[in-house]
Design a protein. Structure first.
Length: 292
C-alpha cells in the first residue's frame, strides 16, 4: 500500500490538465461495457515512476538530447558498442532497478484480479507490471531484468550479472550524466575505455539483455500469441503510448479490423487518434484510479 500513497514523480511527465469529469465518465462507461479488456501500455505509464520515455514533448529523451538507443546490429557486431552499452547500464542499474510501480500499474493489476482485464501487453522493459503483481501479461519487448547468451541461450538475472561486473571492475568508477529510458546513463568514451565485460559462463558467448533492441523484431511466436489474446477480447485500451513503434501498433490495427472499441489514454497525439472510439489526454496514474 505504500506505493499507492506515494506521490508520483512528474519530472518526465509532460504537462497536462487534470482529468475532465466528462472524460472520466466516458472512460468509466467504456470499461464498464468491456467484459474482456485487452490493455496495451507504453512508456507513458512508467514516467510517473520516474523513468523517462523517448518521445514525450519537452521531457522525453529525444527532446532533451541528441542521443539514440543502441541498435541491435551494432550491439551484435561491435565489441566496443557492447562495452559502451554495458558500462552505461552497469552505472544506471542500481537506480533503474529500484523504480517502483505507480497507481496506474496497481489499478491494472486490480482489474486483472477482478476478471475485468483479459490480457495486458506492455511495450516497457522495466518490470514494473511484474512488480505490481500483474500475471496475465506479455512483455512485448522483453525485460531488462533478464540477460541471455546469444550463442547458447543460457539465461541469468540482471542482478546476478551486476555482481560479475563488480568482480571484473573492482576499481572502475564513473560519474553518470542523466538517466536514459532503458536504464543506462550517459558516459564519455574516455570513461568507458577500461570497462571489462564478462562473457557467458557456460560457453563464452555474448551476453545481451532479454530486450528487443531497435532494429530487431519481436518473435513471430510472441506476435501470434498476442493476436490470440486479442481475438478473445472485446475491447482495447491503450495507456501511455503514442504507438509510434509498429510492433505495438499492429495490434491496434488488428483491433480496428475486428471492429473492437478502442480507448486511448495518452498525453499528446498518437497514431490511433483518427480511429479510436475515445481519446483521453490525461496522466495514467491520475485517471485510471478514478475508474470503478
Amino acid at each position: 500500500h505504500s506505493v499507492s500513497r506515494a506521490s508520483p514523480n512528474l519530472t518526465f511527465v509532460p504537462a497536462c490538465l487534470p482529468p475532465d469529469p466528462v472524460e472520466v465518465e466516458e472512460l468509466q462507461r467504456f470499461v464498464s461495457d468491456s467484459k474482456r479488456l485487452f490493455v496495451m501500455t507504453g512508456a507513458g505509464i512508467s514516467t510517473e515512476s520516474g523513468i523517462p520515455d523517448y518521445r514525450s514533448e519537452g521531457v522525453g529523451l529525444y527532446a532533451r538530447t541528441d542521443r539514440r538507443p543502441v541498435q541491435h546490429a551494432e550491439f551484435v557486431r561491435s565489441a566496443s558498442a557492447r562495452q559502451r552499452y554495458w558500462a552505461r547500464n552497469f552505472v544506471g542499474w542500481p537506480q533503474f532497478s529500484s523504480h517502483q510501480p505507480n497507481k496506474a500499474h496497481l489499478v491494472l493489476r486490480d482489474w486483472e484480479k477482478l476478471g475485468k482485464l483479459h490480457w495486458l501487453v506492455t511495450q516497457n522493459v522495466d518490470a514494473l507490471h511484474t512488480k505490481a503483481g500483474s500475471q496475465r501479461m506479455t512483455e512485448l519487448h522483453g525485460c531488462t531484468h533478464r540477460v541471455f547468451c546469444l550463442a547458447c541461450g543460457d539465461q541469468i538475472l540482471r542482478s546476478e550479472l551486476q555482481e560479475h561486473f563488480e568482480a571484473l571492475n573492482p576499481t572502475w568508477k564513473a560519474e553518470a550524466f542523466g538517466v536514459a529510458p532503458d536504464g543506462d546513463v550517459f558516459l564519455t568514451d574516455e570513461q568507458v575505455r577500461n570497462f571489462q565485460v564478462p562473457a557467458c559462463r557456460k560457453c563464452g558467448g555474448i551476453l545481451k539483455p532479454d530486450v528487443t533492441f531497435f532494429g530487431d523484431s519481436v518473435s513471430q511466436e510472441k506476435v501470434s500469441f498476442v493476436h490470440q489474446r486479442l481475438a478473445e477480447s472485446d475491447s482495447m485500451l491503450v495507456a501511455g503510448s503514442s504507438m509510434q513503434v509498429y510492433s505495438g501498433y499492429r495490434f491496434a490495427l488488428a483491433a480496428r479490423e475486428k471492429k473492437l472499441p478502442i480507448a486511448v489514454l495518452n498525453i499528446g497525439p498518437t497514431r490511433l487518434d483518427h480511429f479510436a472510439s475515445l481519446k483521453l489526454n490525461s496522466r495514467c496514474g491520475e485517471l485510471l484510479p478514478l475508474i470503478v
